[in-house]
Design a protein around this ligand. Structure first.
Ligand code: SF4
Length: 458
């Protein structure tokens, strides 16, 4: 976080929740910096604190409420924003003590509240703000949000209520931000939104002018333009949160062309048709297996990541067995599993057939056990293979270089570990060509085979 001298008003920020919320926080700190504010590393040293909350699950709400209480306790001047801000009743306990409450994607309202509580300095130094704004991620990768909200109606989810229907950014605006990030040396662009594959539907795929051409606000056109741009700068492009629409197949072709990383982050949530139907999700499991096979035919090294919910109301043992059978057949590369959690305001709360918590917990453990076996087999198959990895950091204590392959998104997937003595000059943001020497369940050990300058080494 940037630091300023003591005469500059300083704002503290606590950013909770998903990558989309992180992008909101980055926009807030960029706008604050543009007005000349500085930032405080702790509550005590701040003139006011912004808490960007998550309200998706009850556990996330509890964490957000605890963060608000801590900021009130240690500072007293607190502005709440983010998903929980869209539910003032959830904040009733603290409401009177808060300076302002705003909802998600309301950066300008947050800035107005900060300005009212802590006036900005008279002479803002606009040149302090880099063209792509400030980032909370390490310098070599950045999340880029292409749309806000979602127009689907999955019964367990309140995102559409919290963040509104799909609202896409013009393609040219996204591309300009991507270019500014790449010019700053970002080596991996991670595209995020609530529903990436639906990009542009709300604005009827309207074109906008980028460089000397019109770019349609359609995910195929945007991903192609972003991928071309990333390639020009020797960087990676990773697409997150791809709802399994039929037109996803064309994105896999783009991955096969090398314009986007061969990484398909497609949340499937379940495999039993009855549960998927109750979730209000696409429910043809047989077809899904065929599509996965087709994706692998188009792009043989594609890594498929998905998340699933167990213990959904009405999920029977037979439904759950169907999910396990699907996982055995699909052999996905990366799997996350969540226990169904009550979310205030979600339609699924009204469904009959609540699954007892111990049954849901046991199902989660069984699913993860199966997936660990699959993951261990798949990781072991990679020993002896060569590929390019991106260095994320150095663990001085363990004396290892920590890197990621094309199969691994930051925070959620596996790592590639390289003994430091084998790559003593490696720095975050470097691409290294390595050969895998040993496998753990999700992580790989590797040794450098040659170092390359950019992602073209892939
Ligand atoms: S697609 Fe995702 S964000 Fe949209 S309603 Fe379904 S789970 Fe929620």
């Amino acid at each position: 976080m940037p630091q300023d001298n003591a005469r500059v008003p300083r704002i503290g920020i606590v950013s909770l929740g998903c990558a989309k919320a992180l992008v909101d926080s980055e926009q807030i700190i960029s706008l604050l910096r543009a007005q000349g504010y500085g930032f405080a590393p702790d509550h005590a040293g701040a003139d006011a604190v912004i808490v960007n909350t998550c309200g998706f699950l009850d556990s996330a709400r509890a964490e957000s409420l605890a963060a608000i209480a801590e900021a009130l306790d240690e500072n007293g001047k607190v502005i709440v924003t983010g998903c929980l801000g869209a539910e003032p009743e959830a904040l009733a306990e603290h409401a009177e003590k808060l300076i302002a409450i705003t909802g998600p994607a309301q950066a300008h309202e947050v800035i107005r509240a900060v300005n009212a509580a802590v006036p900005p300095p008279h002479d803002p130094k606009l040149e302090l703000l880099p063209p792509a704004g400030l980032k909370l991620t390490p310098a070599h990768y950045a999340y880029l949000k292409i749309s806000e909200g979602c127009s689907n109606r999955c019964s367990f989810c309140i995102i559409p209520r919290l963040r509104g229907p799909l609202a896409s950014r013009p393609a040219a605006e996204v591309l300009a931000e991507a270019e500014a990030l790449l010019r700053r040396g970002v080596k991996e662009l991670l595209i995020v939104s609530q529903d990436t594959a639906a990009y542009g539907q709300d604005i009827r795929y309207a074109s906008s002018r980028w460089r000397d051409a019109e770019v349609r606000a359609h995910i195929h056109d945007l991903a192609r333009a972003l991928g071309t741009l990333a390639q020009e700068h020797g960087a990676w492009l990773r697409l997150h949160y791809l709802y399994p629409y039929p037109h996803l197949d064309a994105l896999v072709e783009l991955m096969a062309e090398g314009l986007a990383l061969p990484y398909l982050d497609v949340p499937l949530q379940h495999a039993a048709p009855a549960v998927l139907k109750a979730m209000k999700r696409p429910a043809n499991t047989e077809k899904m297996l065929q599509r996965i096979e087709a994706w692998r035919r188009i792009c043989p090294d594609v890594a498929i990541r998905s998340t699933f919910i167990v213990g959904f109301p009405g999920e029977t043992e037979e439904d759950f067995e169907q999910l396990l059978a699907f996982l055995r057949a699909a052999r996905l590369d990366r799997v996350g599993c969540f226990i169904y959690e009550h979310v205030q305001g979600a339609a699924a709360n009204a469904l009959a057939g609540a699954v007892p918590p111990q049954v849901a917990e046991e199902r989660r453990a069984r699913l993860m056990q199966l997936q660990e076996e699959i993951a261990a087999e798949k990781t072991a198959e990679l020993v002896g293979h060569e590929e390019v990895v991106l260095v994320d950091g150095i663990d001085a204590e363990q004396d290892v270089v920590i890197a990621r392959s094309r199969r691994d998104a930051p925070e959620v997937d596996g790592l590639v570990l390289i003994p430091r003595e084998l790559a003593p000059a490696a720095q975050p943001g470097d691409f290294l060509r390595v050969r895998h020497t040993a496998a753990e369940v999700h992580d790989l050990w590797a040794e450098p085979s040659a170092s390359r300058k950019g992602a073209e080494a892939t």
